[in-house]
Structures are given as C-alpha cells and as structure tokens.
Design a protein around this ligand. Structure first.
Ligand SMILES: *[C@@H]1O[C@H](CO)[C@@H](O)[C@H](O)[C@H]1NC(C)=O
Ligand SMILES: *[C@@H]1O[C@H](CO)[C@@H](O)[C@H](O)[C@H]1NC(C)=O
Ligand SMILES: *[C@@H]1O[C@H](CO)[C@@H](O)[C@H](O)[C@H]1NC(C)=O
Ligand SMILES: *[C@@H]1O[C@H](CO)[C@@H](O)[C@H](O)[C@H]1NC(C)=O
Ligand SMILES: *[C@@H]1O[C@H](CO)[C@@H](O)[C@H](O)[C@H]1NC(C)=O
Length: 945
C-alpha cells in the first residue's frame, strides 16, 4: 500500500515540476484575519522585495491554478496593496475554491509563491472563518476589482410552498451551478440578452449557488454594464436576473448590482467622497424603503463613531447624498513622501469603506459595502529651514523640517566637504531628529564656530562673520531617492583679537615682535610687497622664531625687503614694512612699520632700482687722501656727500662709466672710486711714490632666471620678445625690464571707458568675462615733466607672468593696434597712454599684459619719438627698439577670464588655518607667490669689497 503511494508521488514528479519545498512565513511577516465577509491576508513588502510572486489555489481536481487579474475578479479575489505598499489580499467568503459549509463556515487554502534562490517557494496560507453576523437577504460588495451580489434563495413563501424536498428543487451540486441556470442581462436600450450559466462564465462573470444563496459576480466595465445617473451621482450598474428552470418551476433571482463610480473630490485639505443616499437600481419599492443607516470604515473594517470623530472624519447622510469627509493627513491614512522635479512633496493614501443598510420591500434587507482606495495628487511641501543660532553659544544651530517618517537624513555637505553622520559626530557636530508631534520631524544640526569647515570672514576692527554653508542630503527611505536642501547661515561676532606689534633695533638687525591674534592664521604675512615665504627667509637670512603666540622676525640690515629711507654719512635709516593680507582678497588686514637707525660704516649697497651706494674712508690708505677729491670712472661723478674722513657715492648703474659684465649666473656692474692728487695732470703719465687710490665697487645681480630662458628658447623661436642675437646687451635689457617690473604693476586697468577709476593692486587677480573690454592706461606718474609723454611701442598679452611667456598675443605692434582671433585692441584717440582690449572668445584663463614704449620729451622732438603707427604688418616679429635705448616696460596682471558660469558657485579657497604659518605659504598659495616671484629673483646682493 505504502509502496504504491510512493510510486504515485514519483510518477507525478516525473510529469510535473516536483515542488517539494514549502516554507512558512517568518513570524511578523504575514498576517491573516477574518473580516465580516472576507478573508484578509497581508504580507510585508520587505519580505517580498522586488522578487517575482503570484497567488495560487488548488482547484477541485487538485491542480494548482494561478490567479491572474481576470480570474481574480471573476472568482472574488482582490490582490492589492495596503496604504504602506504591503501586499494585501481580500478574498470573498463566496469566492471560488473556498470550502463553504452551509454558508456559515468558510475555509481557505492558498499559497503565495515567491521567487527565491532561483525557484518559486510556496508559502501556504490557510484560514477558517465563521460568519459573525447573519447574512442579509441581499449583500452587495463593491470591491476594487469586482462587484459581487449574493441573494438568499430560500424565500419564506417558497419554503411554505414546498416543505417536502428542498434539496430536489435546489440542487447543490459540485461546481454549484448547473445547466439549468440562465442569466438575463438588461441592456441600456432595454433589450435583453439571455445566456446560459456556462456562457456567462465564459464572458467573465462568476456565478454560483451555495447552500442558501445565489452568487453573481462581475468585473467592472463589462459590455453588459452601464452607467446610471442618480441625482448628480453616477453608478456602475449591471441589470441582471438569474433564472433557474426545470419542468414546472421557473425561479427568478434579481442579481442586479450597482456600485458608485464617482471619483472623490480632493482639495488641499480634505477628501470628499459623495455617493447617492439611495442606490436606486437596487431599490424597487421606494415607498417601502427604510433606511437602516450608513457606517464607515478604513482598511475593510468598520469604525466606531468615537473613532470617526477622533480621527476627524465625518460621515453624514441626507435625502440625496452620503457625504464622507476625511482631512488629508488624518490617522488611518498614510502620508508618503516623494520627489517630483526635485521638489519635496507628499501624497496621502487611505482605503475607505462605506456600508449602507436598508430595508426594501417585504423580506428584503440589503447590506451594500463599498471599498474605495484613495490617493491624493502630489502636493509640494516646502522644507522649512530654521536658524536658531545664539551667537554667544559659539555654534550654529539649524534645523530642517518638516518631513514624514519615510524621509531619512543621510549626510551633509558643509561648504564643499561631504560629512556623513558618523563623521559629523566625530567632528563634534550634533545631529538630532526632533518630533513635531503631528507625525512630522525635523533634523537639527549644530556646528561649532571653531570647526574648520565654518568659513570666517573678517570685517574690520574686532568683527568677523562666521558662515555655514550647509546642504542636507535626505533620502526617501522607501524609494531610495535622494534629494538635497542647501542654505547659508551667517553669524556676526565681535571676537577678533588683532595681532599686536613691537620692535627691537639691534646692532645689525631689525626685529619685529608680533603677538598673534586669533584671526591672523588666515592672513598672509608680507615684508614690503614680498610674501614672507621660506624661500625669502632662507635667502635673506631672516630668522623667524615662534614661541606660543609670540613671533619674532629678525631681519638683517641690508637684506631684501627693507626700505632705506635715508642713507647719508650721518646714518642709515632702514624701515620694515610688515603687513598681513587676506588670503583671498589680498587686502591688507593689519600692518606695522618701524624704522631703525644704523651708523654709516663701510658699505656698498646695490638697490633694486639699479642704484649703487658706497662709502669710502680716508683712513684706508697711507697717507690718507681727501675724500672730497674722489670721483668715479666718469670724473664728473663726485660724491653725494663728503667730509674729512668719508665720502658717500650714489649713482645709477647705467651712468658714471659703470661697466657691465656677465659672470656665471650674474650680471656684474663695476665702477671705481679714484682719488686724484691735486696738481697732477690726470692723463699724463707721471712717476710718483704715492700710488693713486682706487677702490673697486661691484654689484652682482643674479641672472639665473633670464639665463635659463635664453638657453631654452633661443634656438627654437627667433626674435622672442626680450631676447635678440646680441645676448649681452639684450640681457642687460631684460634685467632692466625686470627691474622696472619690480616697481609696481604700473599698467593700470580702468574699470570702464571713462578711465576715471582703476583696479588697485589688491584687486588682482581681477576677473572679467569673455565678451568684455579691458581698458589700460600707462601709469604716468613716472612721466615727470609736462613736456614728456608716452609712446606705446609694443604691447602683448601672455598667460604667464613673464614678458616672454608663451603663447603671446600682439596687442600693439610698432604703435599699431592689432586684431587677432578672439580679440581686438584699439588705441584711445587723443590719449597716447591708453588703449583698450576686447576679448571676443576664449584666449586663455588668465592674462598678463606687457607694454614697452618710450617716455618722450616733446620739446626735444627726437626722431625715435615720432614713431606712431606706420602700418606694420601684423604677426611679423619686427623688433625695432634700439637695444640700448632706455625704454620703459609696463605690466599688469593677472587678469582672469571667466566663462560666465563658474563664478556663480561658491568659491572656497581651501583654508586650513596654517599652524606652521610661514612655510605653508610657499606651497598653499602658489598664485600669490607667483605674483611676486620676479621680485624675489631680483634680490639684490650686497658685496662689500
Ligand atoms: C482545475 O484546473 C485545471 C488547470 O487549470 C483545469 O484543467 C481543470 O479543469 C480545473 N478543474 C476544475 C474542476 O475546475
Ligand atoms: C460554488 O459554491 C460551492 C459551495 O457552495 C463551492 O464549493 C464552489 O467552489 C463554488 N464554485 C465557484 C465556481 O464559485
Ligand atoms: C462586522 O459587521 C458587524 C455588523 O454589521 C459590525 O458590527 C462589525 O463592526 C463588523 N466588523 C468589521 C471588522 O467590520
Ligand atoms: C444633501 O447634501 C448635499 C451635499 O452635502 C447637498 O448638495 C444637497 O442639497 C443636500 N440635499 C438635501 C435635500 O438636503
Ligand atoms: C461634506 O461634509 C463636510 C463635513 O461636514 C462639509 O464640509 C462639506 O461641505 C460637505 N460636502 C458637501 C458637498 O456638502
């Protein structure tokens, strides 16, 4: 026996896919319940996830049947989702394959098949329900996907009429319905269609006769259904009668169904669901009609009036209308967040139930239930950002709300840095979620002012602004969709401690003693106009020591960076100009100057402007000579000052017979102090015991930079600006040019064509957009006499801060304004010192502009000053400036050319407060250094011969 059974199972497995495994839902994942007329099954959406699944029942022959949408609505199964998106199934007690015991007890066995680990795993669900309140004569159910009506078929007067053998008249057969049943549909044109039960089933209708009832079920929108207006409301109606015929007897059961089909009225605050008070097609005798009241519920369950009131719903009925009102957001429903077009908003979901009870003609009681899922359209909801910062607390306190619980906080972007919640805690931020009480929440963020991600902006005096750039990154927990909210909070505090200065003059040092404040870590130190970099300090033997808040900068006398206010035989006045500049704007934030006096000893000073200053002492020879009688190679160059013991010479390296010579990487200027003994003819050779006093003065200017450039470019690009075939004199010119560069960027840039206001050195780099025009004017402060004026000879632009940068764009060539691809230059009529440049397309991100020309004395009318534009061919490198001419060079830059967009975003210079203050400068602020690098290279070395 057991053997044959086993064989059968094996045989079955050979024919069909053998489903062996069946699993049970873990606890909490699924729920099953008996409602008044339906089975209710629920499965957590997270358990199913995105897996494929379907519902299966086993039919009378033991074959599994998959319930598709069509079969579900024909057989009384509603497979749907609840307001939270979980799987929800409602199955009518009168549905197919429900084991029905005398219409009193109903047993359901289904299985949910979920694709897991490659195959479908069946999860069986079985449920047994007893009816709690007795069936009404007629029960109508308007489900989501079908209408169902069931009518009692044992009518009292029939019972009286045939007490004998009920069962013989009313067949209760398997399958429930026999060929003896027919259905008659009444069509809108009042014609009728009569079909057999089998045919009706084929048309998608569900028919059955149970122990005590006749069941008729229809999907919505069949060709036999019609919309009927009752007052101002619409009903979907199927006017159907079921006939049972056998010889001598013909029974008619009215299986008309009607379901309200008006959409609810949704306003900003409420959902109004209006339905007709009397469902006319179901009420044949209006005179006998007795209202037994309406009740409402949610999720298929009726609610007490107390709950209805507590939830803020309202249900009212007058002669024509049942009015069910639900405020949006009320309990019982669910508010779901969403993002549409990057806007946060919500939809509100609620599944309403309306039950209408009435008594019609004799022995007719009807219960009519409507289940209506509702969802409101997307309603944008602006996030609310609050700034609750109390300046004294020294932290930002902001919050962003009000979000429903399906919105989670993921991370922040503070300024440009992504800060996860973990990181936020680690940094000492506080992140909290506060409950608003109405089901929404806000996310609170606290950020200490001291955090490096908080921007600080110095205003003036002791005022500074702390700025928090915060972006919340939020996520819709159920939809895995992110969205962001950005805001900026500022807080002004008067808490800046400025640096304090003091000075010490030592024998051969000037010492600046600075006590650090609390803002200067963001400022860049400068000595005169040189950024105080490590390179500068090393090359000039500055000694910098920092102890706590005290910073000592020792600057040796005669080192670069000092300003010599006065050099006479009485003494040397050397000045230190120290300043701290804003790291972004280069505005001077704090400065301090002091002067130290030093006695004039033996000295030779080579100043950056090409001036040599030297002293000679009469004691240096035996016998002594008279310093007043000394002169340079050019005998007309006498001391600037002299007394009995000393003489002080001051002369330009371009005068007084100074010779020039390249020695390695240096350009060496040399002159000689000579003492002419009185009475001796200077030229005629004589014989004397006393030798002539001669003192050689030599200044060495480092040349490394120019040498390297010459070596690199000379062979490949001929005629590159600043170089020529004659290296010696040309390099002298370069030196001179660089020397002039050292003075200032003296090609001024006007803010508009009126040339009335100009950018200041602190404004650089200035930013312009493509398609803008730049206005240049030569600084004429160098033009001393009114009879002098400027002849612009050549101007060019280049991306690098070098006269010979590459590429170069000609702006003026031989006095003629040039046009090129993407730019055009024009001279300003009547103002020889002005020209303009229009950028018409992309040239380069940044430009430096150089001009060379002459300062001419119009009285002397020298020939070279005649040169104005003589139609030089553009693009031809013609360098006509005579080599040894003392022409001028003007320059300006950098000028940044934007493309119009990038500057709209926040621009943050990475701004770690530099603890190792000085030495970061040479790395972190390369652009600042580049601005003045030429000056450092020009460092003047002192050689006391
Ligand atoms: C049971 O289902 C199978 C497969 O769908 C079908 O062939 C069979 O006719 C069904 N039996 C009954 C009694 O409905
Ligand atoms: C008809 O009802 C009987 C119970 O009376 C039930 O066993 C049968 O499955 C039902 N058939 C259909 C198609 O609904
Ligand atoms: C079932 O119906 C009875 C009577 O109409 C009602 O009192 C009860 O609340 C209903 N139960 C549910 C769960 O709706
Ligand atoms: C019933 O209520 C509806 C809407 O609430 C209203 O339009 C109608 O006039 C009312 N009818 C009567 C008879 O009060
Ligand atoms: C329905 O009832 C609500 C609440 O009582 C009321 O505000 C609304 O005006 C009613 N709607 C109609 C159409 O009468």
């Amino acid at each position: 026996m057991a053997f044959t059974l086993l064989l059968r199972v094996v045989g079955l497995c050979l024919l069909l896919p053998c489903i062996v495994l069946s699993a049970y839902f873990p606890s909490g994942v699924s729920k099953a319940e008996c409602l008044n007329r339906t089975f209710w099954i629920w499965v957590d959406k997270n358990f199913i996830g995105s897996n494929e699944w379907h519902l299966e029942v086993v039919n009378e022959t033991g074959t599994p049947v998959v319930l598709d949408a069509e079969l579900a609505s024909q057989c009384g199964y509603s497979i749907t989702i609840d307001i939270y998106g979980n799987l929800e199934m409602r199955i009518s007690f009168l549905a197919c394959w429900v084991v029905n015991m005398n219409d009193l007890q109903f047993d359901l066995k289904v299985q949910i098949l979920i694709r897991q680990d490659g195959g479908f795993i069946p999860y069986p669900v079985s449920l047994s329900c007893r009816i709690s309140d007795p069936w009404n004569v007629r029960e109508v159910l308007c489900e989501e996907n079908f209408m169902e009506v069931s009518v009692r078929r044992i009518v009292p007067w029939i019972v009286d009429w045939m007490t004998e053998d009920l069962q013989a008249v009313w067949p209760v057969t398997e399958g429930g319905i026999s060929q003896r049943w027919q259905v008659e549909f009444q069509m809108p044109d009042l014609s009728t269609i009569m079909v057999s039960a089998v045919e009706a089933q084929r048309m998608g209708y569900g028919l059955n006769a149970t122990a005590t009832r006749v069941v008729f079920r229809a999907p919505y929108n069949t060709s036999e259904s019609q919309i009927i207006k009752v007052g101002s409301y619409k009903l979907e109606v199927i006017l159907a009668k079921m006939y049972y015929s056998q010889p001598l007897i013909r029974l008619i059961v009215d299986t008309t169904t009607a379901c309200p089909s008006d959409a609810p009225i949704i306003t900003k605050t409420s959902i109004f669901w209006l339905t007709p008070a009397i469902l006319k097609p179901l009420v044949l005798d209006l005179v006998a009609y007795k209202d037994r009241g309406v009740s409402m519920g949610v999720d298929g369950r009726l609610l007490d009036s107390s709950v209805i009131a507590a939830n803020g719903y309202s249900l009212s009925k007058n002669a024509t209308t049942v009015n069910m009102t639900v405020p949006i957001g009320a309990p019982g429903g669910y508010t779901e967040s969403d993002i549409v077009n990057n806007t946060y908003g919500t939809t509100y979901h609620i599944h309403l139930l309306l039950v209408n009870h009435w008594r019609g003609a004799t022995a007719d009681t009807t219960r009519h239930s409507v289940i209506k899922p509702m969802i409101t359209p997307f309603l944008p909801l602006l996030p609310i950002f609050f700034n609750r910062t109390v300046p004294e607390n020294r932290y930002f306190n902001v919050s962003l709300g009000n979000f429903f619980p399906d919105v989670g906080l993921k991370a922040f972007i503070i300024r440009t840095v992504m800060v996860t919640l973990d990181e936020a805690n680690r940094r000492g931020f506080r992140v909290q979620t506060t409950d608003n009480g109405n089901g929404t929440r806000a996310f609170v963020l606290q950020v200490p002012f001291s955090d490096p991600l908080v921007e600080q902006k110095y205003l003036e005096g002791n005022k500074r602004i702390y700025i928090l750039y915060v972006t919340y990154i939020l996520t819709l927990l159920n939809k895995k969709k992110d969205f962001t909210y950005t805001d900026v909070v500022e807080c002004l505090l008067q808490d800046v401690v400025p640096p304090n200065y003091d000075q010490i003059c030592e024998k051969d040092h000037l010492i600046l003693n600075m006590t650090r404040g609390n803002m200067d870590m963001y400022w860049i130190p400068y000595i005169r106009n040189l950024p105080l970099t490590e390179a500068l300090a090393t090359s000039q033997n500055y000694k910098i020591t920092q102890r706590g808040l005290t910073l000592l900068i020792e600057i040796p006398l005669f080192s670069v960076g000092l300003v010599y206010e006065d050099i006479t035989l009485r003494g040397i006045k050397a000045r230190v100009d120290f300043s701290l500049k804003d790291n972004k704007t280069l505005q001077v934030r704090s400065n301090y100057s002091f002067v130290c006096n030093f006695p004039t000893d033996r000295l030779l000073l080579c100043l950056p402007n090409g001036t040599m200053k030297a002293t000679v002492f009469s004691l240096d020879t035996k016998p002594r000579f008279d310093p007043r009688q000394t002169h340079l190679k050019d005998p007309t160059c006498k001391p600037q000052e002299a007394d009995n013991d000393r003489a002080l010479f001051s002369f330009s390296v371009f005068s007084c017979g100074t010779t020039r010579q390249f020695v390695g990487d240096y350009l060496v200027y040399e002159n000689e102090v000579t003492f002419d003994r009185k009475g001796l003819p200077p030229i005629k050779p004589i014989i004397s015991r006393n030798s002539t006093y001669r003192l050689t003065l030599r200044c060495r200017y480092p040349l490394m930079d120019t040498q390297r450039l010459a070596g690199r470019y000379n062979n490949t690009i001929i005629g590159r600006r600043g170089f020529s075939a004659d290296p010696v004199s040309e390099q002298a010119k370069v030196i001179r040019k660089r020397d002039e560069l050292a003075q200032a960027s003296d090609l001024k840039v006007a803010k508009d064509e009126t040339f009335s206001s100009f950018y200041h050195p602190g404004d650089f780099p200035i930013l312009i957009q493509q398609e803008e025009t730049l206005y240049f004017e030569v600084d004429e402060r160098r033009v001393t006499s009114p009879t002098h004026d400027v002849r612009l000879h050549e101007c060019w632009a280049t991306p690098a801060q070098r006269t010979d940068g590459f590429p170069q764009w000609d702006l003026i060539v031989d006095g003629c304004a040039q046009k090129g691809n993407n730019y055009s230059a024009d001279l300003v009529q009547g103002s020889p010192s002005r020209f303009q440049l229009r950028i018409e397309g992309s040239l380069s991100d940044q430009l430096y502009v150089y001009c060379q020309g002459l300062i001419c004395d119009s009285l002397l009318e020298s020939e070279r000053c005649q040169s104005s534009c003589k139609e030089a061919k553009p693009g031809v490198w013609r360098r006509t400036v005579p080599m040894l001419e003392p022409y001028e060079l003007w320059s300006t830059g950098p000028i940044r050319i934007g493309t119009g967009e990038s500057e709209v975003q926040y621009r943050h210079v990475e701004e770690k407060s530099w603890k190792t203050w000085m030495w970061l400068l040479s790395v972190g602020l390369a652009f600042v250094a580049a601005f003045t690098v030429g000056l450092v290279i020009l460092a003047v070395r002192l050689f006391v011969c």
